[in-house]
Design a protein around this ligand. Structure first.
Ligand SMILES: [Zn+2]
Length: 412
């Protein structure tokens, strides 16, 4: 049985990898040296050439890093690397909680260090070359350290708690773990902007002036509190612009990148803000949270059924079953299910984007939003002609052309 599970894990990893590479390849079939008809009026010749070069470079780099990671992962399974790390962990401690922490700590930290040259290259070579990068080496190093601390404390804390619950409750483990993870998720959804974001960025309320007045008029009209609108210093790391809606209840907020404000007219900014308020009005964050909690419940339930099975650990070359080894095997075996839930989440998210666009168009201006979206795409050198299949599997937003087409019906 464990022999079969072992090869099933290898097969899942291989099929998943080949499928992803196939989707990447499909995207490359849409590359063009001349400006495609449908993109005329959005990109000019020169910007389009730059976008294509950026696209190609990222594709080649993605192939390299993806293949490297794949070889590494396969190697870990084929040569029983997880069993080795597991034996190191147990040589340091006899506590299952500490062993799980050491085990995942070593794996995560090693993986991050091995991939470090790739992330350095991505930021300081590729992003730099196309004029996006603002990250200094100092910010980069600090981000890394802070990232390790945050994931160590939060991830480690949750892991320790879940192993503890597993030890105490046995078969009913999934339910108690679900309650704990749910409470934690709701807490994080509420306080993420207060607790985590400030470690990496400054968020400031809108400054007085023309923009604040325009935004104030609009938020009064649609009943959204102006105090919940913040500007974030995205320019600290990149010239790329963005905006997002986050949080629950009294903790909800809309965050605009300073780069967005710099690049756009007042009307365009208000239209982006209107789109984000649309997400709030249509309760998209709450919806996402509820679906996330249901999914977590299902994952933990299936995990609860399988985790006691010694074949999971044996598939990875560990004789004496334990929670963290079982979790690694389960993680891969669950991929086919998460593949389908991922598709569902993307379909839902794209539908939500249309709803938010519609809200902005009906309550503010379809023209201003269309113009803002074009500007965002061009400034970020976005791919305007992705392959249909790639969009279906991976895009959380409709493509720019789809969104412009959808907005047309609301133009006055
Ligand atoms: Zn949106």
């Amino acid at each position: 049985m464990h022999e079969f599970l072992f090869w099933l894990i290898i097969a899942i990893l291989a099929v998943d990898f080949l499928f992803e590479k196939y989707l990447d390849y499909l995207n490359t079939t849409k590359w063009s040296d001349t400006l495609p008809e449908e993109v005329k009026g959005i990109y000019d010749e020169e910007k389009y050439r730059k976008q294509q070069a950026y696209q190609r470079e990222n594709h080649r780099f993605g192939m390299l890093t993806g293949s490297f990671s794949m070889v590494l992962t396969l190697g870990m399974f084929l040569f029983f690397g997880f069993a080795l790390v597991d034996s190191w962990a147990w040589s340091l401690t006899s506590s299952a909680i500490l062993a799980a922490l050491v085990f995942f700590g070593i794996l995560m930290f090693a993986s991050d260090l091995i991939h470090l040259p790739f992330s350095v290259y991505a930021v300081f070579k590729i992003e730099e070359k196309y004029g996006f990068n603002k990250t200094t080496p100092k910010i980069f190093v600090l981000d890394k350290i802070k990232g390790w601390l945050v994931s160590g404390i939060i991830g480690g804390g949750l892991l320790a708690l879940i192993v503890f619950i597993y030890q105490k409750t046995g078969t009913g483990f999934w339910f108690y773990a679900w309650v704990v993870v749910s409470v934690f998720s709701i807490f994080m959804a509420m306080f993420y902007s207060n607790l985590i974001v400030p470690l990496f960025n400054k968020q400031t309320p809108l400054e007085d002036g023309e923009l604040r007045d325009a935004i104030s008029d609009f938020s009064k009209k649609v009943g959204f509190k102006l105090d919940n609108i913040f500007v974030i210093d995205g320019s600290k790391r990149s010239t790329k612009a963005n905006a997002y809606f986050t949080g629950l209840g009294s903790k909800k907020r809309i965050v605009l990148y300073d780069t967005l404000i710099k690049d756009m007219t007042t009307e365009e900014i208000v239209s982006v803000l209107a789109h984000e308020i649309g997400h709030n009005k249509k309760k998209h964050v709450v919806q996402g949270l509820i679906i996330g909690l249901l999914q977590t419940g299902i994952v933990l339930f299936i995990l609860g059924l399988l985790i006691n099975n010694p074949h999971l650990s044996r598939a990875l070359g560990v004789e004496e079953p334990n929670f963290h080894i079982g979790l690694v095997a389960f993680g891969v075996l669950y991929t086919p299910i998460s593949f389908f839930t991922g598709i569902f989440m993307n379909i839902l998210s794209r539908r939500n984007e249309y709803q938010a666009d519609r809200f902005a168009a009906e309550n503010y201006s379809a023209e201003a939003l269309a113009s803002a979206l074009k500007k965002l795409s061009v400034n970020n050198l976005s791919n305007l002609t992705p392959h249909k299949a790639y969009v279906f599997f991976h895009y959380s937003h409709p493509t720019l052309l789809q969104r412009l087409d959808h907005l047309k019906q609301y133009e006055k």
